[in-house]
Design a protein around this ligand. Structure first.
Ligand code: ADP
Length: 341
């Protein structure tokens, strides 16, 4: 193939591709490969352009007449490609045609999936192990001890409840994730949603002498959304504000309008005067199973999935979630939802 035709062919490929001549120089390279090989790559010796022993070995093998091969190409700790190297005959001898595939996101999503499965198994195993232990004790040493039986049954009930909540949140999460691309269409009264969520959380709040106050939602506030999912969002946020807030505090839920460059938004702030969150945790707070204090979260009956569910629902509504928190002072979780669409 003549040189310009080769360059045109490479230019048409939507991924990094280049040809290494029999003299080991890069004969042609497309634009997608230049960030990897360097801007002045064409004409350079491949070994000088890229430090990648497995790729160099594959190119040498193909130059020597061997069959095509596929090798990993790690460019940094985070970036992994695979390089397919195949023979391409030419006037000066056998050339090596190299095509690269970016595997980074595949490798990352595989790691995320593995972590997720490990987390779920761990979260389920802990209460399950406790329950198996108590069943054993009830059958043996505590068999005739009515007091112990009552106490152990109480613990087992709590542990079963924990597993139940975890399974419920996992199902929610998977449903919300699968619907994320489908925009909700119903007209929903946000004021009603907030009142509903607050009244569900109120009995728990009263146990801690906390009060929930809603501000700015006396008249209906209409938004395009999914009423059940929006209820879920504010249930989670108000519940968290009560859980991680100080006893006897006021949890304020306020609705305002905000216009930013992207358009007009309804903004709901859920404000607590609790322990607050160290800024280092904020970027990861909506990750599945991420907790500042896992012990505390479990003691409060948390699954570590609430904010992940919130984030997906807010994304589905084309809105955004902002977290503003000061250690020792409290936190504000703000949900912005596009208005009037
Ligand atoms: P959990 O079931 O653990 O409450 P979430 O996903 O709802 O899970 O929250 C994740 C973590 O974020 C919590 O474990 C807690 O550490 C932190 N968090 C959430 N809301 C608040 C809040 N209002 N104040 C302080 N920390 C909070």
């Amino acid at each position: 193939m003549e040189h310009t035709a080769l360059a045109e062919l490479l230019a048409g490929l939507p991924f990094p591709a280049f040809v290494v001549g029999a003299d080991e120089r890069i004969e042609a390279a497309n634009a997608a490969s230049l960030p990897i090989l360097g801007q002045a790559a064409v004409g350079r010796n491949l070994a000088l352009a890229l430090r990648a022993p497995p790729l160099l070995a594959a190119v040498a093998a193909v130059h020597a007449g061997e069959a095509a091969r596929d090798v990993p190409l790690r460019l940094s700790d985070e970036t992994l490609f695979r390089a397919n190297v195949s023979p391409l005959s030419g006037p000066g001898g056998m050339r090596a045609f190299c095509v690269l595939r970016d595997m980074t996101s595949e490798v990352q999503s595989e790691a995320i999936r593995r972590d997720f499965v490990a987390n779920v198994s761990h979260e389920l195993r802990t209460p399950l192990t406790a329950m198996i232990g108590f069943i054993e004790t009830l059958r043996t040493s505590a068999r005739d001890d009515a007091n112990a039986r009552e106490r152990f049954l109480g613990i087992m009930e709590r542990e079963a409840g924990r597993m139940n909540r975890l399974v419920r949140d996992l199902l929610h999460l998977s449903r919300v994730e699968s619907e994320e691309r489908m925009r909700p269409r119903d007209q929903v009264d946000l004021a009603g949603v907030l009142r509903g969520a607050a009244s569900t959380v109120r009995p728990g709040a009263e146990e801690k002498q906390s009060h929930i106050t809603i501000i700015g939602a006396d008249a209906p506030v209409m938004v395009t959304g999914d009423a059940d999912q929006l209820t879920q969002v504010f249930l989670n946020l108000i519940e968290n504000a009560v859980k991680y807030g100080a006893p006897g505090q006021e949890v304020r839920v306020s609705v305002t309008r905000e216009t930013v460059s992207r358009g007009a938004f309804l903004r709901v702030d859920v404000i607590d005067r609790g322990e607050g969150i160290d800024p280092i945790h904020l970027p990861r707070l909506t990750e599945r199973f991420y907790r500042v204090d896992a012990h505390r979260s479990r003691a409060e009956g948390g699954t570590g999935l609430g904010l992940a569910i919130v984030k997906h629902i807010v994304n589905r509504h084309r809105g955004s979630l902002r977290i503003d928190s000061r250690k020792g002072e409290g936190s504000t979780f703000s949900v912005l939802l596009p208005e009037g669409e």
